[in-house]
Design a protein around this ligand. Structure first.
Ligand code: GLU
Length: 291
């Protein structure tokens, strides 16, 4: 391979909200195998922007379990909560493009609005994961929005996807499992970029981090396939490179259903405690993780 050939860089990006389980191991193996197959690099990233759900001791245990399974990664590990300034900078850039707006709605107000519009279904767009944000605050005048923000009213920041898509024009990305995908940038509606309580969001942080870390191949579960449409939009708005993607199937039980707690012990700690070996766990998790 010539020296200047682009290196494949993959990552596994768990959130420390609980113990490492078989689904995680499946995803991690997938990323590791994809890096190995290309003689590339593998990174671990800790996605801990949500202080109400993430715990430092879970992070310690995730790493301990991954190491016990024989995984290795490059240090230092990027921990999202240490890099809030990177997400703030991206948010400023999007605001400067005029594609963001403050959203003062509570969950209840959004649910009420959706229920009201339920009588007139053409008023609420359905996304693949449920009804989309009905755009209440998108229609606020700039003066009202500024006054409410200045008065300290709690708010999230949303992306005006229709405006954003006009700026970027048509977009696509490459998925190793599905080929060229034309981005349907409005698929998830006006997503939250910064939450009320945390000045970023999964969608913003993951897009910024993959670019900062030079990730060239994003491997992750197909449950995040829809999110990639909007990640592609954020990349274009922020002038970030578009990595390759490979959305992999989720680990399933014998009945073909997605693994859940009902399938018994899938936590690596409890499997370990039962005396299951690392090799055995890797074998169970390897199903469809060939990268
Ligand atoms: N932190 C996300 C999760 O645990 C993974 C995000 C990603 O791979 O893009 O589901």
């Amino acid at each position: 391979m010539p020296d200047d050939a682009p290196t494949v860089i993959t990552r596994f990006a768990p959130s420390p909200t609980g113990f490492l389980h078989l689904g995680h191991v499946h995803s991690c193996l997938f990323a590791v195998n994809a890096a190995k197959a290309a003689n590339g690099r593998f990174l671990l990233r800790i996605e801990d922007i949500d202080p109400s759900r993430c715990r430092p001791d879970y992070e310690v245990m995730l790493k301990e379990d991954l190491a016990w399974l024989g995984f290795g990664w490059e240090e230092p590990v990027r921990r999202q909560s240490d890099h809030m300034e990177d997400y703030a900078a991206a948010l400023d850039r999007l605001a400067a493009l005029g594609v963001t707006y403050p959203c003062f709605c509570s969950r209840k107000e959004i649910a009420d609005e959706i229920a009201r519009a339920g009588n007139a279904p053409h008023l609420v767009a359905m996304g693949p994961e449920g009804p989309l944000y009905p755009g209440i605050c998108r229609h606020l005048s700039r003066d009202v929005a500024t006054a409410r923000t200045a008065a300290g009213e709690p708010h999230a920041i949303r992306l005006d996807v229709a405006k954003a898509a006009i700026l970027t024009g048509p977009l696509s990305w490459h998925d190793r499992a599905r080929g060229t995908i034309v981005a349907d940038t409005g698929l998830l509606g006006d997503i939250v970029l910064a939450r009320r309580d945390v000045q970023t969001s999964y969608n913003l942080s993951v897009t910024v981090d993959d670019a900062i870390q030079g990730v060239t191949l994003v491997t992750r579960g197909e449950d995040l396939f829809h999110a990639t449409h909007v990640h592609r939009l954020l990349q274009a708005l922020l002038s970030l490179p578009a990595p390759d993607y490979h959305h992999h199937g989720l680990l399933r039980n014998d009945r073909g259903e997605r693994l859940s707690k009902r399938d018994g012990a899938t936590g690596i700690r409890s499997l370990r405690a039962q005396g299951v070996s690392a090799a055995d766990i890797l074998r169970r998790a390897a199903y469809r993780a060939e990268g």
